[in-house]
Design a protein. Structure first.
Lengths: 120, 512, 646
């Protein structure tokens, strides 16, 4: 019965083995010449610019907006299958969707009233 | 593509307790949005307490309900209703603790504005204002709603949703302490990261179990375990992953690492909510998974759970010995208690189930009162949680120290406290279920825990108080109610436990 | 010959309580509530607390009276009130319940009635004491515990009350805890009681082991099933418990020391009620003693020995309260003597009740004397007080006449019956026990007369600056009431109430069968002659010439021995304390080297392990996550291993 999973196991072994080999090979064979660029993020050599106050942080507003987008995005995604199945779910589906949208709107009302949509 | 979709049947009656709590939480969000800032706190407290009490009434009305509903996704049965009842009452108590503002200046345990940078000038100014982040009340309500749904979930996906519903608000609430905000925020981040990690295990386990049984319904999985020839490896991989997610929530070793840090950092009322309610809800889910979904395979998962229970009891008890912080000590003691409760789970019998339920109820009330007492002992920088500061507390404030000592005795399982009856119930079920070794380990671990509880009592009563020791704040009716009720339950269930045992016994039957 | 019919039916069943009796728990709850209010209420109850305590006891008395009257009107006189399932563990089921039958009803009236009078008396006696409230709280606690003791319907419930009165007694003896003597006396009482308690608890365990129950109903119904050996063992263990509580030989030494407590305490606890709990226990266990003649005989013998010891030591003391204490020891000896005689249990209870009246009366009178004499207790410093304290004198006189057994005072009826029953046992034991009881009556008359003479008659031997005065009304009224009780209770209880008949459902029927060993008239006359001899001797020895203010040195060896409690303290010291000390030292040595070594090692091991384990709690999320991951791997491995292993 386990035989079915042998390929997966082999894949695991190969994957780990490759990763281990790469790291090991780099450690043993690679030259070690450290400089400032080496310590930079991802060694890309590109300074994150511009440096805002507090050292490399984004305003939390970005995240907030992103999260709000996700909330409404999911609402839309949920609406699609509902719309397809609407004729079968009938009144039940309508009420449930109304409730769902209602709860999302509660969140919306909160964000709106408490200034989450204002940039400053 | 199949297009035949049936609208599931929804029985609103049995669901009403959860619906009420969620509705109250939603209204709480609207209150945050619409009510003027000065009046929010008052409205929120009334709303939350009212909602929980209404839910309690609904639970009492529905006490006879034994049904599956919402497309078999939700099981409203004895254990569900028992756990929901306990959760709702404990929820009221934790709301009261959150609402307390007589202890810390004027603002209570919750931060004035969570978004200010800790230590900034703005933060200093706000620390002594009477503002508070009153969102904590709807958050607590959402969390409680999730907790009520957690043990009721007969469908593993729904269980996952419930798990996240109860967890997310807790992650936020953990970071809302008014004092020592960095510690609090650190706790929140740790809890969040590790919780997310555990959730990942959980959902992966659900996926594997789906692969095994072709369904995520607990009942269907149970049916599948009866079929010969199905692929057991998937079952055990899935179950193990699922167990990791659940064991994380109950704080079993080796998934307990977050407990002390988070308990210590969170605002104490939130810690009380986590320690009492989350544990109860998570145990409810553990029971449903292990009794309903994989109840047939108990001989296969028992050795693993044995090991976990022993590790949990031993590590919890031993680590508690060297703790120097009251909240951390209580955290490790809660870990040890997790181990004791697991004995009841492992018994897989009616007695084990009812014993576990009884233990959860007693433990919840005692814990709630104990953390409430922790909020009272304060110095200029907030709560004085270092044990050295509790030295000689019995001289200074015999009533508070006496109550705390009694609660510690209940934790230790001294007779005439609820803790004794609870331990007795699960140990008896364990012995009857053939887990004698486990019970012996449990008794030894209880002895070790009794040692450090007694150490605190000795510290409080037989040592001279420190010169610059903390003061014991006079609680308002809110905290006093919490302590009084917790203490009363601890005493009553210790002296006259029969009605509660009967209740747990009547509730001790899952439907699938 | 006296014949004792065994309890009528072999199975004993109590009927369920109804009517006024369904609130029996109130009897206990009232004083318990009073105690709780006074203790928890703090200083704000200082003002009205003591009055509340009196009211609670008074209310309990009224309710007790109502219940008593209700019980008298019933056909089934054993009423059981089930309260709740106390310990409902599989195979071990104990219900908490109360039993109200003639015996417990009698005790309830005694405890609440005398208790109420003494509460009222204490209002005056303790006036001005800063800890008056605490005192009343303890008194109420005592009353509640004592009522639980006599109302419990199982040996386990009785045991709870038993320990409760022990606690209350300890607290009250040590009420003046700042006096080293009081603290020591309290400890002594506690330890002597513990010795007895061990006996009682083992007796309960034996009962449970043999019969599987501890309820009166169950134990007494099945007492016949006990083997003779078991019954005797239970009987003797119960006796050990009774000896501890009632100050009987060999555990009697704590009782006189207990007089360090305030005088109302001595009157209530160490004379009228608690110390008679032993008698109650033996009387309650009559169905068991019916099956073991040996144990019953031992009870009588212990009673006789104690009776003599108490009398002899009572003659030698000059401390008025200690004399009364030893007379208590001796009078309880009478009760033990009687309760061990088959069929005479009712007379033991009769004597217990009359004794409750006259001894409480005498103690309160003694307290009144002390009140007027600035807490002086040395009788050699009294004298001629009858002019200054006429009421006290009269009350003490009534108690005195009652205890020496002068007709028609109470003691005459009860003590006479005991002597008569003892002789009626027949054979050697009848003659020995009877004669001891008879001579004891004479010695009692001697030392009690000595007390009266030294206190109220003769020259005034007061210390400088004493102004004896009568006590306030609040003290004298209870005394007078108790004095009236001392006068009428004997006749009333024996002939008006017909106590033996009333108690017969519990204690068995007392049958007048066959001729008496000595005819009643002759025996009564003989007793009175012996008593008169005792009185005359005392008057001759102490009444004719002035009493010296210091105890004479050149005295008989008996007096020397009696002054030292007949060397019982020394005996205890050399037999128990010294070996105990050696044992302790040896154990301490062993403990330090062996056990502590192991325990400390274990503790250090746990502490060390804890410290080491703590290091894994680094505070870094990454290491936590790693441990979780490791744990998850182990869980998966374990489950699969079990699966693949099978």
């Amino acid at each position: 019965m386990l035989n079915n999973y042998v390929p997966i196991l082999v894949l695991f072994v190969l994957a780990f083995g490759f990763a281990g080999f790469s790291v090991g090979a780099a450690t043993f064979t690679g030259p070690r010449r450290y400089n400032r660029a080496k310590y930079d993020a991802y060694e890309c050599g590109i300074e994150p610019t511009p440096q805002p106050m507090g050292g490399g942080r984004f305003p939390v507003k970005f995240y907030l907006t992103a999260m709000l987008f996700i909330v409404f995005d999911i609402e839309i995604i949920f609406l699609y299958p509902w719309a397809v199945a609407f004729s079968q779910l009938k009144l039940f589906g309508l009420v449930e969707m109304a409730l769902f949208i209602g709860t999302v709107f509660i969140a919306y009302a909160y964000v709106w009233r408490r200034g989450g949509l204002e940039w400053d | 593509m199949p297009t035949d979709i049936q609208a599931p049947e929804i029985l609103y009656g049995p669901l009403s307790p959860m619906l009420i709590v969620f509705a109250a939480a939603c209204i709480g969000v609207l209150v945050e949005a619409l009510a003027p800032a000065a009046r929010r706190r008052g409205i929120q407290v009334v709303l939350a307490v009212g909602g929980l009490l209404a839910a309690l009434v609904a639970i009492i009305v529905q006490r006879g309900a034994r049904t599956l509903t919402a497309g078999d996704a939700i099981a409203v049965d004895g254990p569900t209703l028992f756990i929901q009842g306990v959760l709702v009452v404990l929820g009221v108590l934790s709301i009261l603790l959150l609402a307390e503002r007589g202890l810390d200046g004027s603002g209570g345990a919750v931060v004035a504005r969570a978004s200010t940078t800790p230590g900034s000038r703005e933060d200093m100014r706000l620390a002594d204002s009477d503002a508070m982040q009153s969102e904590v009340f709807p958050l607590a309500m959402f969390s409680l709603g999730g907790m009520m749904l957690f043990p009721a979930s007969n469908n593993l996906l729904l269980m996952f949703v419930a798990l996240e519903t109860l967890s997310f608000p807790l992650y936020l609430m953990a970071g809302l302490a008014r004092r020592r905000r960095l510690l609090s925020q650190e706790a929140a981040v740790k809890y969040f990261l590790l919780g997310a990690f555990a959730s990942a295990f959980f959902i992966y386990g659900v996926a594997l179990l789906y692969g095994y049984a072709g369904s995520v319904d607990a009942g269907k999985i149970f049916d599948a375990t009866g079929d010969v020839g199905s692929n057991d490896v998937l079952l055990y991989l899935g179950l193990a992953m699922l167990a990791v997610g659940l064991l994380f929530k109950i704080g079993a070793v080796p998934f307990q690492a977050w407990t002390p840090d988070v308990y210590q950092g969170s605002p104490t009322p939130v810690t009380a909510l986590m320690a009492a309610c989350t544990k109860i809800a998570a145990f409810g889910a553990v029971l449903r998974v292990f009794y309903v979904a994989v109840g047939r395979d108990q001989w296969d998962w028992r050795p693993m759970m044995w090991a976990i229970a022993i590790l949990t009891m031993v590590v919890g008890a031993i680590l508690a010995v060297t703790q120097t912080d009251v909240k951390r000590m209580l955290a490790y003691s809660s870990v040890a208690h997790t181990g004791f409760i697991l004995i009841g789970v492992i018994a897989v019998s009616k007695a084990g189930l009812s014993g576990t339920l009884f233990y959860l109820a007693t433990y919840g009330f005692t814990t709630m009162a104990a953390f409430a007492i922790v909020t009272l002992v304060r110095d200029s920088s907030g709560e004085a949680t270092h044990l050295a500061q509790w030295t000689g507390l019995g001289r200074r404030s015999p009533l508070v120290a006496g109550v705390f000592a009694f609660l510690l005795f209940a934790f230790a399982g001294i007779p005439l406290t609820s803790g004794f009856m609870a331990k007795f119930a699960v140990f008896q079920a364990g012995t009857a279920g053939g887990a004698g070794v486990l019970v012996v380990v449990g008794v030894v671990a209880s002895a070790v825990t009794a040692f450090f509880y007694a150490r605190v009592v000795v510290l409080m009563f037989f040592n001279e108080p420190a010169a610059d020791g903390p003061t014991v704040a006079i609680p308002s009716a809110l905290t006093a109610t919490t302590i009084a009720l917790g203490l009363a339950v601890t005493i009553v269930l210790g002296v006259y436990p029969q009605p509660m045992l009967d209740l747990a016994d009547q509730a001790a039957l899952f439907i699938r | 010959m006296l014949g004792a019919a065994p309890l009528a039916a072999e199975t004993i069943e109590y009927v369920a309580a109804d009517g006024p009796l369904s609130y029996l728990w109130l009897l206990i709850a009232l004083p318990a509530l009073g105690s709780a209010i006074l203790l928890l209420g703090g200083r704000r109850t200082d003002k009205w607390g003591p009055n509340l305590a009196c009211a609670m006891t008074g209310a309990a008395f009224v309710y007790g009276l109502i219940s008593f009257l209700d019980l008298r009107g019933r056909a089934e006189q054993s009423v059981d009130l089930h309260l709740f399932s106390w310990i409902p563990v599989a195979g071990f089921h104990v219900d908490a319940g109360l039993l109200f039958d003639p015996l417990s009803a009698t005790f309830v009236l005694l405890i609440t009635g005398v208790g109420f009078l003494i509460h009222v008396y204490s209002l005056g006696y303790m006036d001005g004491d800063p800890r008056k409230r605490i005192f009343f709280a303890y008194l109420n606690l005592f009353v509640a515990a004592m009522l639980l003791l006599v109302l419990g319907d199982s040996f386990l419930a009785l045991y709870v009350g038993w320990e409760g009165v022990g606690l209350a007694s300890y607290l009250l003896i040590a009420f003046y805890f700042y006096r080293p003597t009081a603290a020591t006396a309290a400890k002594k009482a506690f330890i002597a009681n513990r010795v007895g308690d061990v006996g009682l608890s083992i007796a309960i365990m034996v009962m449970f082991a043999a019969l599987g129950t501890t309820s009166f109903e169950g134990v007494f119904s099945n007492a016949g099933a006990l083997t003779a050996g078991t019954a005797t063992a239970i009987g003797l263990l119960l006796l050990l418990g009774a000896c501890g509580k009632s100050g009987q030989f060999p555990l009697q030494t704590w009782l006189p020391d207990a007089m360090e407590g305030p005088t109302p305490v001595s009157a209530l606890i160490h004379a009228a009620t608690m110390v008679t709990a032993g008698v109650y226990l033996i009387a309650r266990a009559t169905p068991i003693f019916d099956h073991t003649e040996t144990a019953a005989l031992v009870v009588s013998i212990i009673g006789a020995i104690t009776l003599v010891i108490g009398c002899i030591i009572g003659c030698a003391y000059d401390d008025i309260k200690k004399v009364l204490a030893y007379s208590t020891v001796s009078q309880i000896g009478y009760m033990f003597l009687a309760v061990g005689i088959p069929g005479a249990g009712a007379f033991a209870i009769l004597h217990l009740l009359t004794h409750g009246f006259f001894k409480a009366c005498m103690f309160l009178s003694a307290g009144s004397v002390m009140h007027g004499m600035d807490d002086q207790v040395d009788m050699r410093r009294y004298g001629g007080l009858r002019k200054y304290m006429p009421v006290t004198y009269a009350c003490m006189g009534a108690g005195y006449l009652a205890i020496i057994g002068l007709p028609p005072f109470a003691g005459f009826f009860s003590k006479d019956k005991i002597i008569e029953s003892a002789y009626d046992l027949g054979g050697t034991r009848g003659w020995v026990l009877g004669t001891v009881a008879l001579l004891g009556a004479g010695v009692t008359a001697f030392y009690m007369t000595r007390l009266m003479v030294m206190t109220f008659f003769g020259n005034e031997r007061w210390t400088e600056g004493q102004h004896p005065h009568e006590s306030p009304k609040v003290m004298t009224v209870p005394m007078v009431l108790l004095a009236v009780g001392s006068l009428v209770s004997g006749f009333g209880l024996l002939y008006v109430v017909d106590l033996p008949q009333w108690l017969s459902p519990v204690l068995g029927h007392h049958e007048e069968a066959g001729p008496h060993t000595i005819s009643v008239v002759v025996l009564t006359a003989l007793t009175l002659v012996v008593v008169a001899g005792g009185v005359a001797g005392a008057v001759y020895a102490f009444g004719r010439r002035p009493v010296p203010t210091t105890p004479p040195v050149a005295v008989t060896p008996i007096t020397v021995a009696a002054r030292k409690n007949l060397y019982f303290d020394s005996l205890n010291e050399s037999l128990l304390m010294r070996p105990g000390q050696y044992l302790t030292r040896a154990l301490v040595f062993l403990d330090n080297r062996g056990i502590d070594g192991a325990v400390n090692g274990l503790a250090a091991g746990i502490g060390g392990g804890s410290g080491r384990l703590r290091r894994i709690q680094t505070g870094f999320v990454r290491s936590y996550a790693l441990s979780m991951f490791g744990g998850a791997a182990v869980v998966v491995a374990a489950l699969l291993a079990v699966r693949l292993g099978t």
